[in-house]
Design a protein around this ligand. Structure first.
Ligand SMILES: [Zn+2]
Length: 379
């Protein structure tokens, strides 16, 4: 397996070097590499990889990651080394800040931001939202975006049919098993199936992080994910802790040396997304929590039922699934980098749901502070 991963990395490197036609000096900030006459990609942006289509009149970006103030300006400098045309569109692969951090900056410059409709619960500006699929023509290219919930509820992949290039955001990375997301195995299986149906052995697959890959790299990474997930599930069901699973030699060997993640977070995420069973509540028991809750600062949190599950969304903040742990307490699923967070509902003696209490130990999430505390249910 170790050899397999090394081969994967090597293939990715070789492919990258053969694809890269234009390359500026390494110390010149953000550098875009030319893939076709109109398509460029930067892999040293201070956020996720960014794709750029340069048309006769304007520019389209795929993602606009910027982790810190000044990063979007640096990205613009990189763009300006290639073209001075106005930036007309930004397509977002999902709401995570390292992919959308530049949205406000480019929106202020007049760009129209396009994203999947769940993006409306993020703090980033966006203008056009699609549900399942979105298509447009730009710079002689046919662009299609597809909703592939997996890594996040709003994840999308972007296919450029003429360039035969698939931008996958964080649905895939050659170096990491990305955050498993609320859909677990089912989400990743469907996403890979979609990606495979769009691509062939000549396609370029551009991950959100890491080097340009091929369809067989994606397939191999997916196989490693399946093996790792199965192993984690097996040990978890035997009663092992996430820590013990993480440290297990055989489990580590599945990843080899080429794939990493945020350490212990990987088995934790996989367990949370796939193997923890919810406390059983009937549809009627779940629906009494539905409604709008208002906190002291006026921010609203909405709870609603979707496909037999409760979903929580806080205005301009986050969207996650609620998994019952008892009759009145819930875990947030699909809420990256956070552990031991929960929502408790306060219920009156008469059985009426009065308020929700959100507790989060680490409240700095996705580059923003999440306001924990009480929110009162609107009558
Ligand atoms: Zn992400």
């Amino acid at each position: 397996m170790r050899n397999q991963i090394n081969r994967l990395t090597l293939t990715a490197l070789l492919l990258m070097s053969s694809f890269v036609v234009h390359c500026a000096t390494p110390d010149s900030g953000v550098v875009f590499n030319k893939l076709t006459d109109t398509l460029y990609v930067t892999m040293n942006n201070q956020g996720a990889n960014v794709g750029m289509l340069v048309g006769e009149k304007a520019i389209l970006l795929i993602d606009a990651g910027a982790k810190r103030p000044g990063n979007a300006q640096a990205l613009l400098k990189g763009i300006r080394k290639i073209s001075n045309k106005p930036i007309k569109y930004v397509l977002n692969t999902h709401y995570h800040f390292d992919h959308t951090g530049g949205n406000p900056f480019f929106a202020a410059m007049g760009a129209t931001i396009i994203a999947q409709q769940q993006m409306r619960y993020s703090t980033r500006p966006h203008h056009l939202r699609f549900k399942q699929q979105f298509s447009m023509s730009f710079a002689g290219e046919e662009i299609s975006m597809f909703h592939v919930p997996g890594h996040t509820k709003d994840s999308a992949i972007v296919f450029l049919s003429k360039a035969n290039a698939l931008f996958m955001g964080d649905s895939y990375s050659p170096d990491m098993l990305m955050y498993e997301g609320v859909e677990g195995k089912a989400g990743y299986d469907q996403m890979v199936e979609k990606a495979m149906s769009l691509t062939n052995h000549q396609s370029r697959i551009i991950p959100g992080h890491g080097a340009i890959s091929t369809a067989s790299d994606l397939k191999r990474s997916h196989e490693i994910r399946d093996l790792y997930r199965a192993r984690v599930g097996q040990l978890y069901q035997k009663g092992w802790s996430a820590q013990r699973i993480f440290e297990d030699k055989q489990t580590k060997a599945i990843l080899g040396s080429g794939i990493t993640y945020y350490g212990l977070r990987l088995p934790q995420d996989i367990i949370e997304s796939n193997f923890i069973k919810a406390f059983e509540l009937t549809s009627a028991q779940l629906s009494r929590f539905e409604g709008v809750y208002v906190s002291q600062d006026g921010i609203t949190t909405e709870i609603f039922e979707e496909d037999g599950k409760l979903v929580i969304r806080r205005q301009g903040s986050f969207l996650a699934e609620l998994r019952a742990m008892s009759a009145t307490s819930f875990d947030l699923v699909g809420f990256p980098f956070v552990q031991q967070e929960e929502v408790n509902f306060v219920v009156s003696k008469q059985g009426a749901v009065e308020k929700l209490v959100l507790s989060i130990p680490h409240r700095f999430v996705l580059n923003q502070w999440i306001v924990a505390g009480d929110a009162v249910k609107k009558p």
